[in-house]
Design a protein around this ligand. Structure first.
Ligand SMILES: *Cc1c(COP(=O)(O)O)cnc(C)c1O
Length: 366
């Protein structure tokens, strides 16, 4: 029997998963009373919500005029395949430093209509340096959710003249982003945006939109992955096929919550406050240490902490038995580790309580 943590120590909300991640109760209340569920996505009320999401994202990220927000079904994984038809002209380059960045590189390698990609790989827990490349699409990951390593995008254009495509699935809405260094900033909404999976959203620069327009004329694409069709539909505040309305309601609610409180700067500061607490705690501990050695690469949204002489799986199981869930490490990383998401929806006070609970569990397992 795992030990019962004294209730007074427990976080008020026990969800610390890196995706799907915590959805705030206020969002769920809004969802429960939404008049939109069970109504047509082709009619004005849902289209108005999509319009609100598209303009809310432009506001949140401070996207310059000319940028467009595209959306479609299938999540970031589907967007990788769509990009191989609609954004990569001949050859992509990839910075691979974890599971998600490696999947996109693999998809590009397998695509018969493209040249083999230029791939730079770093050890899990590190971030490899950007290298100049002649590729027409430079594929980066803002935050490697599998390892808790974050990439500094401030010099992304030093990698070449290609379009810079950034997978921001766990970063979007929780990390500042220099959009002048980026052409496509795409993500699924079940992480920092506190929504559900199954959808992708992409902020696209005018250069990226021009690439989509040019490739739609010169190359066949499966309809579901056709970014030209996504562009047409998005401009009408629609999607190619039926989206989950609940996902849209949850995103709308989260965007309003963030924008009302100070936008991206506020949200990013809140995540940074929470993750700093985790890293400081790990550095002070005798049996815990931050997995990412270089403090500059430590993620502000997904804090990974190695344990030594303490079985992380036992700690996670004891937490789970007490209603504190999803602190397990990324399954394929295979480390003796806890992984704590510090997305804006997670209360910094709850992160403090989680750390107290981990200390308590370690003491009582022994
Ligand atoms: C979660 C995640 C994905 C995969 O998202 P899906 O919605 O499951 O396709 C891709 N990239 C990153 C960085 C992620 O964190």
């Amino acid at each position: 029997m795992p030990p019962a943590i004294p209730p007074g120590l427990l976080p008020r909300d026990g969800r610390f998963g890196s995706g799907p991640s915590k959805i705030r109760q206020e969002q769920l209340d809004e969802l429960a009373s939404s008049p939109l569920l069970g109504t047509s996505h082709r009619q004005a009320p849902v289209r108005a919500l999509v319009a609100q999401i598209r303009s809310g994202l432009v506001d949140l990220f401070g996207a310059p005029s000319g940028w467009e927000v595209l959306l479609g079904n299938g999540g970031a994984t589907a967007f990788w395949d769509a990009a191989l038809f609609g954004l990569v002209e001949r050859r992509s380059a990839h910075l691979v430093f974890g599971e998600f960045s490696s999947k996109f590189a693999e998809a590009s390698t397998a695509a018969p209509h493209l040249d083999d990609p230029h791939v730079v790989t770093g050890e899990p827990g590190t971030v490899p340096a950007l290298q100049p490349t002649g590729a027409d699409a430079i594929c980066l990951t803002h935050n490697e959710t599998s390892t808790g390593a974050a990439l500094d995008l401030s010099a992304a254009r030093s990698a070449g003249d290609g379009l810079v495509l950034v997978d921001a699935t766990s970063a979007a809405g929780a990390m500042p982003v220099p959009l002048d260094q980026v052409d496509v900033y795409y993500f699924s909404p079940q992480k920092a945006l506190g929504s559900e999976g199954g959808l992708w959203l992409a902020l696209c620069s005018p250069r990226a939109v021009a690439r989509i327009e040019s490739l739609r004329r010169s190359r066949w694409s499966p309809g579901f992955l056709d970014l030209g069709a996504a562009l047409d539909n998005s401009r009408l505040d629609q999607t190619l096929n039926t989206p989950a309305i609940s996902t849209l309601v949850l995103i709308g609610s989260q965007l309003r919550w963030m924008l009302d409180r100070g936008g991206l700067e506020w949200a990013a500061a809140r995540s940074a406050e929470s993750s700093s607490m985790v890293y400081r705690w790990a550095e002070r501990s005798d049996w815990a240490s931050p997995f990412v050695r270089d403090p500059r690469h430590r993620s502000p949204v997904v804090a990974t902490v190695d344990l030594e002489g303490v079985d992380a799986a036992e700690v996670c199981a004891a937490l789970r038995a007490n209603g504190v869930v999803d602190t397990e490490p990324y399954r394929k990383l295979g480390r003796n580790q806890v992984r704590i998401a510090t997305f804006p929806s997670v209360e910094p006070d709850d992160v403090g309580r989680l750390l107290t609970c981990i200390d308590w569990v370690v003491e009582h397992l022994a």
